[in-house]
Design a protein around this ligand. Structure first.
Ligand code: PLP
Length: 401
């Protein structure tokens, strides 16, 4: 008889956004005329930059001509033209990453979930709480022990290492989803030092790095000295350049990242990851990689930054609403997320229900990201400007009653 991976049975039955969708559908069925505003799922709403569309069209045209047609890409790790563009981008903010250390993928979620394949199931995994749910679920699927580092009001939702607790794998996300907090260089240096002392590896999720406006804040863990010996970084064009429906991201595994196997031999993590990807992943389509490379051109950067500025303005509108109501929040600057404390000590699902029922605005209850999210709530700045303004008008009205 077939045996299933019973770890799946131990996962939360419903993924956060499925629960939300159920509640929203029930609300819509009961209130068909309500003007619902969605500020829950962190999906972008602005179209792709014109240079990206042109580059993808050109790539597609090349696929239709014998001389320029492309089948499987040799390495499956990404074309050199894209990896070189990404490496140059890293250099532009002071992170020394070489093209050989980069593997292109179909978005950060795949690699966030798949990276677990190359690590033993007896590793202790440390995840900051609250967190992007993929880190917890992908480790629980393989039965790993997951422990949490508390991100809470006291530490500004930026959990810091604790030497009395040992972890082998550490997930950090900065700018953080869901809390919008951003680690400083000094704070990341503390994590790097911890990882070295404990011989652990940090998996650093930089999916929102493009939202950082403060030049003092690190966009990459590789801006921190010594990080190349203890960290892997994942990044995505989803939020940077509106690629949620295009699908392209990249993972950096430094050459210097080595660990000892049980027989004492030194193993390159990049080699293991390459072996895993070579077996289970055949690369990203050529037209998509053409579009991704266009993001890193001068014109591409100019165009995507216009979209990012639009979202940043939305974030400012939401943050100003919180300020005016005296509501505690994090994020809103250097991040597309605003993470706020539910008024009157309400629970986060309770506040979700109130917002939906009274003002037809959908957000994300903090509890869905971990226990420290209870009593907190996430709104995204990825919506339409008019909707953001209207949602905040309704929000103020609801709370002034
Ligand atoms: N990492 C974080 C923190 C995210 O919030 C997301 C998406 O919302 C991802 C990774 C995955 O992005 P994608 O798979 O679209 O690249």
């Amino acid at each position: 008889m077939v045996k299933i991976n019973e770890n799946f049975l131990k996962l939360e039955k419903n993924y956060l956004f499925i629960n939300i969708a159920k509640k929203v559908n029930a609300f819509k069925a009961a209130n068909p005329d309500a003007a619902l505003i969605r500020m829950g799922i962190g999906d972008v709403t602005l179209p792709l930059a014109p240079v990206v569309v042109e580059a993808m069209k050109k790539g597609a045209d090349e696929m239709g001509v014998k001389e320029t047609f492309k089948g499987y890409e040799d390495s499956g790790a990404g074309y050199d033209f894209l990896k070189n563009a990404i490496a140059d981008y890293y250099k532009s903010f002071g992170a020394d990453v070489s093209a050989d250390e980069i593997r292109v993928n179909d978005g950060a979620k795949s690699d966030c979930g798949n990276i677990v394949d190359i690590f033993g199931d007896d590793n202790v995994v440390l995840i900051t709480d609250p967190a992007y749910p993929v880190y917890v679920d992908s480790n629980r699927m393989s039965g790993r022990k997951v422990i949490f580092a508390d991100s809470n009001e006291e530490n500004g939702f930026a959990a810091m290492p604790d030497d009395s607790v040992h972890a082998d794998l550490i997930y950090l996300c900065s700018p953080n989803n869901p809390t919008g907090s951003v680690y400083t260089k000094e704070q990341l240096a503390e994590w790097v030092a911890y990882a070295k002392r404990h011989e652990s590896i940090i998996i650093f999720d930089a999916a929102y790095e493009a939202f950082i406006t403060d030049p003092a804040l690190p966009r990459s863990i590789f801006q921190i000295e010594g990080a190349k010996e203890c960290a892997i970084e994942m990044c995505s064009l989803s939020k940077t350049a509106g690629f949620t429906g295009v699908r392209c991201g990249y993972t950096v595994v430094p050459e210097a990242l080595k660990v000892k196997a049980s027989d004492g031999t030194e193993v390159s993590i990049a080699q293991l990851w390459g072996r895993r990807q070579g077996t289970k992943f055949n690369g990203v389509s050529y037209p998509v990689q053409c579009g991704a490379a266009a993001v890193f051109t001068e014109e591409g950067q100019k165009q995507i930054k216009e979209n990012i500025r639009y979202y940043q303005e939305n974030a400012k509108i939401i943050a100003e609403t919180m300020e005016s109501l005296g509501i505690k929040y994090t994020g809103g600057v250097n991040s597309p997320y605003i993470w706020f404390k539910c008024p009157d000590g309400m629970g986060s699902w309770e506040f979700f229900d109130k917002m939906l029922a009274e003002i037809a605005v959908v957000g994300t209850p903090g509890e869905g990201f971990g226990k420290n999210g209870d009593g907190w709530f996430r709104l995204t700045a990825f919506g339409d400007r008019d909707n953001t303004i209207e949602a905040m008008r309704r929000f103020k009205e609801m709370l002034s009653k």
